[in-house]
Design a protein around this ligand. Structure first.
Ligand SMILES: O=P(O)(O)OP(=O)(O)OP(=O)(O)OC[C@H]1O[C@@H](n2cnc3c(O)ncnc32)[C@H](O)[C@@H]1O
Ligand SMILES: [Mg+2]
Length: 221
């Protein structure tokens, strides 16, 4: 009995909530049958704040809407040059604060829609350092009022002029370290293996493999 977590009854299967069809496609491909889930297309408001807080808040909102267990995620593309500035005087502090705000806005979907791939490159024009990382934070809330559990995946890379199909966000401008292709150029199966989303979902899978969840599948959910 030691080491075996107590059975946790869930009223229904976990619902993955997102307004983004491309995310859903990747989550389906990565999870396969390892974590049984259903999906719900809901466009959550574009919240502002730190990525982990946004992800958790999305989960809380989704859990009360669905009235059951939910999985959500928040993704961001972080530019190292915009974060790694030396803070040595008042002016620099103000500058860093402006960059912090920009950084938070950058990852809301309307920001990419407005500035486009070229705009993302231009943000780094003044910097030598084109390094970045893609980060995905999944949050699992087992029901309304339950504190979400988070799972973080990160993939380092560099920002390059857009290459490849532009059907998913900033994929054409992100080239992961160790690869010659951008996310957009590589086969989906390769992206899913090494991506921020793939890495976070590996942790989600581990969690489901070790937690003792049992779905009360009485057909009424
Ligand atoms: O409903 P949600 O799940 O919030 O979906 P969203 O499209 O609003 O997604 P996010 O707020 O997490 O992401 C902000 C932006 O990042 C983009 N994005 C997310 N994952 C990506 C990925 O793997 N590759 C490229 N762009 C991605 C996405 O298209 C948005 O423009
Ligand atoms: Mg969103």
């Amino acid at each position: 009995m030691a080491g075996t977590p107590a059975v946790r009854m869930l009223p229904k299967a976990v619902t993955f909530v997102t307004g983004n069809a491309k995310k859903l496609e990747e989550v389906r491909a990565i999870l396969g049958t390892s974590v049984p889930f259903q999906s719900l297309k809901l466009d959550p408001p574009e919240l502002q704040g730190e990525p982990e807080d946004i992800s958790k808040e999305k989960a809380r909102m989704a859990a009360s809407k669905v009235n059951g267990p939910v999985l959500v995620e928040d993704t961001c593309l972080c530019f190292n040059a915009l974060k790694g500035l030396p803070v040595f005087n008042g002016f620099a502090n103000l500058f860093v604060l402006c960059l912090e705000i920009l950084h938070i806005w950058m990852n809301r979907k309307w920001f990419l829609e407005k500035i486009g791939h070229e705009g993302l490159n231009n943000l780094l024009k003044a910097y030598e350092d084109k390094s970045a990382y893609a980060m995905c934070i999944f949050s699992l809330a087992l029901g309304p009022g339950e504190e979400p559990i988070t799972f973080v995946g990160k993939t380092p890379g560099i920002i390059v002029p857009a290459r490849g199909p532009s059907d998913f966000g900033w994929d054409p401008v992100f080239q992961p370290d160790g690869f010659e292709q951008t996310y957009a150029e590589m086969p989906k199966s390769v992206k899913n293996q090494i991506s921020h989303r793939g890495r976070a979902l590996a942790l989600v899978k581990e969690h489901f493999a070790s937690a003792n969840y049992t779905i009360q599948n009485d057909g009424s959910a």
